[in-house]
Design a binder for this molecule. Structure first.
Ligand code: OSB
Ligand code: MG
Length: 368
């Protein structure tokens, strides 16, 4: 199909509570949304970049720039644009996987809506619902953390992930285990806050029976993770380091990773995310679906992805109200610890125009 144009929106949504990680605190979600328009209809894409380059090198202004000046013009110039061709049409531009992934998502959504197929069906879904975990930010005090974790367990979340950093690791994990028991599926995420020299300290997490420790070392330190895996018993999960199916294959071969967090934006889109899933499945490496504080749009696609057969661990696919009092789509609501996999055409959800307009801070049309 020929692309008629793309609308780029900047959106700002308040979070229900500030979210603190080892790389910073967010009180609101600022993001970019794309609406791809074709003669056969439109589709939505969500860019998972954040305001600053703190999780990875990409960030909102950078993503907007490359989308406006390189990526969208390249697709507008192409005679035949399909989701399957987006990667090759954009291949000469290095990096910027989150921006590319958002554009591919919009094209894929348009294509699937036009052919009355869902993301889930297209990606290879084998489940109607997915079990959900929740990512819990760093708190000021342990009692506060226990209140928050207790609240999520009461809501039905089946797995708890604690954000950690030096000074907030062993004690919060110990406190959660003591209060809620060994039956809770529990894992931690360091967002690169440690070095290999911290191995003896991280080994102190071993007695707590964690499912995994996510990305303890820096993004490029794959060999460091392989060495750490030999020094601690908690399985190593990689997030930031896994930027492609090739990176996943390499990390697996090097013994750096036992479990993979798949985030579609980080790897350049849902089609590459499926390839990461396939590589991991071929090596019997369990995967789970990560999150980037998505709106209902990205959440819908993530839930579809999480329903593939290799997703054997609960993901950060929490309900809309984990982060937002009001989502821009019909909200995703937790039921029995699960979210329903959308079945409608494309994402199966769309922005509610008035709600979207309320949170839109800027809008630009690129195309004819
Ligand atoms: O490392 O998984 C991460 C949020 C923003 C950036 C990075 C991460 C996170 C989360 C929350 O942990 C995921 C979510 O629930 O959307
Ligand atoms: Mg992470």
């Amino acid at each position: 199909m020929k692309l008629s144009g793309v609308e780029l929106r900047r959106v700002r949504m308040p979070l229900v509570a500030p979210f603190r990680t080892s790389f910073g605190t967010q009180a609101e979600r600022e993001l970019l949304l794309l609406r791809a328009v074709t003669p056969a209809g439109e589709g939505w894409g969500e860019c998972v970049t954040m305001p600053g380059p703190l999780y990875s090198s990409e960030y909102n202004d950078g993503a907007e720039h490359i989308l406006r000046h390189y990526l969208i013009p390249a697709l507008l110039a192409a005679q035949d644009v399909t989701a399957a061709k987006v990667t090759s049409l954009l291949a000469r531009f290095k990096g910027h996987r989150m921006a590319k992934g958002a554009l591919e998502m919009a094209v894929l959504d348009a294509e699937l809506r036009a052919s009355d197929r869902s993301f889930a069906a297209e990606l290879g879904s084998v489940r109607d619902t997915v079990p959900c975990g929740v990512s819990v930010g760093i708190m000021d005090t342990i009692p506060q953390l226990l209140d928050v974790v207790g609240g999520y367990l009461d809501e039905g979340y089946v797995r708890i992930k604690l954000k950690i950093e030096p000074g907030w690791d062993v004690e919060p994990v110990r406190a959660v285990r003591e209060r809620f028991g060994d039956g809770v599926l529990l894992q931690v995420d360091a967002n690169t806050a440690y070095t290999l020299g911290d191995a003896p300290h991280l080994a102190r997490l071993d007695p707590f029976g964690l499912l995994l420790i996510e990305q303890p070392l820096e993004e490029e330190d794959v060999l460091g993770h392989a060495e750490l895996a030999r020094r601690i018993r908690t399985p190593i999960c990689l997030d930031e380091s896994i930027v492609s199916a090739r990176a996943a294959a390499d990390a697996i071969k090097l013994g750096a990773v036992g479990i993979v967090n798949i985030k579609p934006g980080r790897v350049g889109g849902y089609l590459e995310a499926r390839r990461v899933h396939d590589v991991c499945a071929a090596h019997a490496i369990p995967v789970w679906c990560g999150g980037m504080i998505e709106t209902g749009l990205g959440r819908a696609a993530n839930v579809a992805l999480a329903s593939l057969p290799g997703f054997t661990l609960p993901g950060d696919t929490s309900a809309s109200d984990r982060f937002y009092r009001t989502d821009i789509t019909e909200p995703f609501v937790l039921s029995g610890g699960h979210l329903p996999v959308p079945t409608g055409p494309g994402l199966g959800v769309a922005p509610i125009p008035e709600l979207l307009d309320e949170v839109t801070t800027a809008k630009v049309w690129l195309g004819s």
